[in-house]
Design a protein around this ligand. Structure first.
Ligand SMILES: O=C(O)c1ccccc1N[C@@H]1O[C@H](COP(=O)(O)O)[C@@H](O)[C@H]1O
Length: 209
């Protein structure tokens, strides 16, 4: 079964709906480089509203360690996600499981970075270029994804209900991560796009067993 992370939540009702529809994780973004940024109070309200067994993911991009510690203390995320130039040992300092995003926008040139995070719980392969923020809605050439990677792959970048089945067929990821493909505006999730995305993933799982 392909795990589903719905990222860039800014409203309690969107996060709860994602969970009810079957999302395994919801992402809360703390970088100022995002149009979907939440503050700590907003994030805590969203995290507290979620039912059990849905993981809260706190996403950072080159933030100070002290700020990451503050979010951990207030929001109690189950997973951290680092989306910037953070190194593996820096990500590991918080003693929490983490995902590391790798920018796949440069094609082949990105491949060595897929081996640079042995401590990560998983790698988020996103479609943007190196140094750019995620949430761009840009897909990359999925066929570049190596078959054998030491860490589980979470596929991201430009996914939506219309292309996620193809993405799953090509990459066979552990999970998929979506932000703009389930929105009506940045940070505002669209219930019908959200439902269609989850249904498309589950249909793909049923087809590609
Ligand atoms: O979503 C953002 O605004 C964002 C900003 C900075 C770093 C990461 C961000 N989001 C991550 O990018 C993926 C893919 O987004 P999209 O589906 O292409 O819009 C998203 O799921 C987040 O993990």
């Amino acid at each position: 079964m392909t795990r589903i992370k719905c990222c860039g939540m800014t409203r309690v009702e969107d996060a709860v709906l994602a969970a009810e529809l079957g999302a395994d994780a919801v992402g809360l973004i703390f970088t100022a480089r995002s149009r979907r940024r939440v503050d700590v109070d907003q994030a805590r309200a969203i995290a507290r509203a979620l039912p059990p067994m849905v993981t809260t993911v706190a996403l950072f991009m080159d933030e100070d360690a002290a700020f990451v510690d503050e979010v951990i203390a207030s929001v109690q995320p189950g997973l951290l996600q680092f989306h910037g130039a953070e190194r593996d040992d820096w990500c590991a300092q918080f003693g929490r499981p983490y995902l590391k995003a790798v920018a796949m926008g440069e094609g082949d040139h990105a491949l060595p970075r897929l081996r640079a995070f042995p401590g990560a719980a998983g790698l988020v392969l996103d479609g943007h270029g190196l140094g750019e923020a995620g949430g761009s809605g840009k897909a990359f050439d999925w066929s570049l994804t190596p078959r054998e990677l030491a860490r589980p792959v979470i596929l991201a970048g430009g996914l939506h209900a219309g292309n996620v089945a193809d993405a799953i067929r090509v990459v066979r990821p552990w999970g998929v991560d979506v932000s703009s493909g389930i929105e009506s505006a940045p940070g505002i999730k669209d219930p019908s796009r959200l439902a269609a995305f989850v249904a498309a993933v589950r249909a793909a799982d049923a087809t590609h067993v």
